[in-house]
Design a protein around this ligand. Structure first.
Ligand code: FES
Length: 80
């Protein structure tokens, strides 16, 4: 098994990592504002979260949402 991209949009995790490093995007949502991926089946989302956390761009095991849950977003304050 060799998982290295968002298959629906043919965007490699290496490409997405470069975008994250260039823009400072630190979540799937922030990265989606900078690159087109992950808008269909979303099976790539936990892989992208792991990539953002570890820097890995190629995966040999299945990573599911429960394995790599979204990072809790900071609570919004009334001044936001
Ligand atoms: S694999 Fe990324 S949206 Fe389907």
């Amino acid at each position: 098994m060799h998982i290295d991209r968002c298959y629906c949009f043919q965007k490699t995790f290496a490409e997405l990592k470069a975008v994250a490093e260039a823009t400072g995007a630190a979540s799937v949502e922030a990265l989606q504002a900078e690159a087109v991926f992950g808008h269909n089946c979303q099976l790539c989302h936990p892989y992208v979260r792991r990539m953002l956390r570890t820097g890995d761009t190629v995966f040999d095991t299945i990573v599911e949402a429960a394995d790599e849950p979204p990072t809790p977003q900071p609570a919004r304050t009334p001044s936001d």
